[in-house]
Design a protein around this ligand. Structure first.
Ligand code: UDX
Length: 476
C-alpha cells in the first residue's frame, strides 16, 4: 500500500520505517528540514536501538522516502497517518493540539481524492470528531475524507519491537472501508495473531490515555508503598516481588524508585485530567492528581535523602550522578526525574558531575550547571556521594571495589533500587535507597532500622506541584 506518515518525531520516524519494513511504500513528511535530511540519509535523529538498521534497509530498497512537502504527500497516497506531537500546554494541564490541527488545515485543501486520515498521536477523547469537522470544512468540493484514530503504545527503547510486534492494535473508525484499509495496512501483524480491536474513535482515543494512566498509577502506588516502608522499616522491593507473584497484580511497572518521566506518562495523565474536567467528570479521575503528586514527591525525597547522607550540607559537596535520561536505552531527557533531582541539587549549591551513556548532548541543552562527563570514573572522581538515578545496565555492572577507589567517600544512593545491596555494602559502601532499610536485618529478625527522611531541605520541595513548577513539567 502507499501511505504517508506526517510528523517524523519519535513516533512517526519509527512508524514510517516499520511500515516500509512490512512492505508498504511510505513517504515521511515533516516541516523540520534538518530532521528530514537526516532521515533521508538514513540517520535516526534520536537514539533508538534497531532504528538505524531498519531506516537504512528501507531507504536502500526504495520503499521509504522523506519530504517536507504536504502537497507531495496529498498526491502520493490516500492514507495518511498523523504522528505529530501533542505536548502539554504552557498555560494549563491540557494537551496542545496546535500541531494536529495544523496538519489537518494544511492537508485538507490539498486532497484531490477521497482519503483516510488516521491519527496516531495521543489526544484527548473527542479530538477525532472535532478534527473530522475541521477537515470537512476545508475539503475541496467532491472530495470526502474520514478521520480515524489508531493510538500507538510504543515504549522508547523498544519502539521498533513494539511497532512490529505490538501487544494489540486498536483502531477507532466510523466506516467499514476505513476498518478494511487499516486491516490491510496491518495484515502481517494480524496474520501473526496480534489482537485487533476495532471500535469508535472516542474509545480508541481513550484506550491510550487510560493505558498510560493505569501504568502511572501502578508506579505511583508502589512509590506510595515505599513511603510507608520508610516509615515502618519494611522493604519495598521484597513487597513488590511478593505482590507481583499474584498474577492479578503482576510485577511489571511495580518498580519503586525515582518515579516516571518522559514525553508521555506525565503529560498524558495531566491532559486526561484537563479533558475530564471539560467533560464535567473531573471527579472520576481526580485520583490522577495524587498519582502526579506522589511521583513528584519521589524526586524531593531523593534530594532529601542525599542531603541527609551528606550530613546536612550540600554547598560545595561533590555529587556524582549516574544517569540523566528519563529511563535507560533512550537519549530522551524530557521531564527526566534524574535531571530534576540534579537541578535541585545544583540550586542547593552542590557540585554535580553527571554521566549518561546516551543522553549527555540533550542533558547539556536541558540543564546548565552540572559538569557533564563521558566517563563514569571521571564523574565519580572525589565524589562525596554517588546518585544512581537512571538504571542503565552498565551501572549495574560497575565494580563497587574499583569505584570505591576513585570517590572521596563510598556513599551511594540507589534511586532505582537495582544495585546488588550485599555486593556494594560488602565493598564498604554506605548504600541507601528509598523504601528500603538502611541495613538489612539478618533473616528472621524483622526489627530493621527505621529510616527517617528529614523535612524537605528546600522550601519549594514542600509545596504541592503547581503547573509551571520546574519539577512538574518538561525540563528547562
Ligand atoms: C510509555 C508507555 O509505556 C507506552 O506504552 C506509551 O506509548 C508511551 O509512554 P515510555 O514513555 O517510553 O512509554 O516509558 P515507560 O517504559 O513506560 O517508562 C515510563 C517511566 O516510568 C520511566 O521514567 C521509567 O523509569 C518509569 N518506571 C517504569 C518506573 O519508575 N517504575 C516502573 O516499574 C516502570
Amino acid at each position: 500500500m502507499r501511505l504517508t506518515v506526517i510528523g517524523t518525531g519519535y513516533l512517526g520516524a519509527v512508524h514510517a520505517a516499520c511500515m516500509a519494513d512490512i512492505g508498504h511504500d511510505v513517504l515521511g513528511v515533516d516541516t523540520d528540514t534538518r530532521k528530514i535530511e537526516a532521515l533521508a540519509a538514513g540517520r535516526a535523529p534520536f537514539f533508538e536501538p534497531g532504528l538505524p538498521e531498519i531506516l537504512a534497509r528501507n531507504i536502500r530498497n526504495g520503499r521509504l522516502r522523506f519530504t517536507t512537502s504536504l502537497a507531495e504527500a496529498a498526491d502520493f497516497a490516500d492514507l495518511h497517518f498523523v504522528c505529530v506531537g501533542t505536548p502539554q500546554r504552557a498555560d494549563s494541564l491540557a494537551a496542545d493540539l496546535c500541531h494536529v490541527e495544523a496538519v489537518v488545515d494544511g492537508l485538507a485543501p490539498l486532497l484531490t481524492r477521497d482519503s483516510l486520515v488516521v491519527g496516531k498521536s495521543t489526544v484527548p477523547v473527542g479530538t477525532a470528531r472535532a478534527l473530522s469537522r475541521r477537515m470537512a470544512a476545508r475539503l475541496r468540493p467532491g472530495v470526502d475524507s474520514e478521520v480515524a484514530w489508531n493510538p500507538e503504545f510504543l515504549r522508547e527503547g523498544f519502539a521498533v519491537q513494539d511497532t512490529l510486534t505490538p501487544d494489540r492494535l486498536v483502531v477507532g473508525v466510523t466506516s467499514p472501508e476505513a476498518d478494511r484499509m487499516l486491516r490491510d495496512v496491518y495484515a502481517p501483524m494480524l496474520r501473526a495473531g496480534v489482537p485487533y480491536v476495532s471500535t469508535d474513535p472516542a474509545t480508541a482515543e481513550l484506550v491510550k490515555v487510560a493505558a498510560n494512566s493505569f501504568l502511572a498509577t501502578k508506579i505511583s502506588f508502589i512509590n506510595a508503598m515505599a513511603e510507608v516502608c520508610d516509615a515502618s522499616g519494611a522493604d519495598v522491593v521484597t513487597l513488590a516481588d511478593a505482590l507481583g507473584h499474584d498474577t492479578r497484580i503482576g510485577r511489571r511497572f511495580l518498580s519503586a524508585g525515582l518515579g516516571f518521566g518522559g514525553g508521555c506518562l506525565p503529560k498524558d495523565i495531566r491532559a486526561f485530567l484537563a479533558r475530564a474536567e471539560e467533560l464535567q467528570v473531573g471527579e472520576a479521575v481526580s485520583f490522577l492528581h495524587e498519582i502526579d503528586r506522589i511521583n513528584q514527591r519521589q524526586r524531593r525525597r531523593t534530594v532529601d535523602l542525599a542531603f541527609q547522607l551528606l550530613g546536612g550540607t550540600l554547598a560545595g559537596r561533590r555529587i556524582a550522578v549516574l544517569g540523566a535520561t528519563f529511563k535507560p536505552d533512550s537519549d530522551d531527557v524530557r521531564d527526566s526525574p534524574a535531571l530534576a533531582v540534579t537541578e535541585q541539587l545544583v540550586d542547593l549549591g552542590a557540585d554535580l558531575r553527571v554521566h549518561d551513556p546516551e543522553g549527555l548532548d540533550n542533558a547539556r541543552v536541558a540543564l546548565t550547571g552540572p559538569v557533564y562527563c563521558a566517563d563514569v570514573m571521571e564523574a565519580c572522581k572525589d565524589a562525596d556521594l554517588v546518585l544512581h538515578l537512571t538504571e542503565w545496565s552498565q551501572y549495574r555492572a560497575l565494580d563497587p571495589v574499583a569505584l570505591s577507589e576513585v570517590v572521596r567517600a563510598p556513599r551511594m544512593l540507589d534511586a532505582r533500587n537495582v544495585l546488588d545491596q550485599a555486593a556494594w555494602r560488602g565493598a564498604g559502601w554506605q548504600l541507601r535507597a528509598l523504601g528500603r532499610p538502611a541495613h538489612v536485618p539478618p533473616p528472621g529478625q524483622g526489627d530493621a532500622l527505621r529510616v527517617t527522611i528529614p523535612q524537605s531541605v528546600a522550601p519549594a520541595a514542600c509545596a504541592a506541584p503547581a503547573p509551571g513548577d520546574p519539577l512538574s513539567g518538561a525540563p528547562k
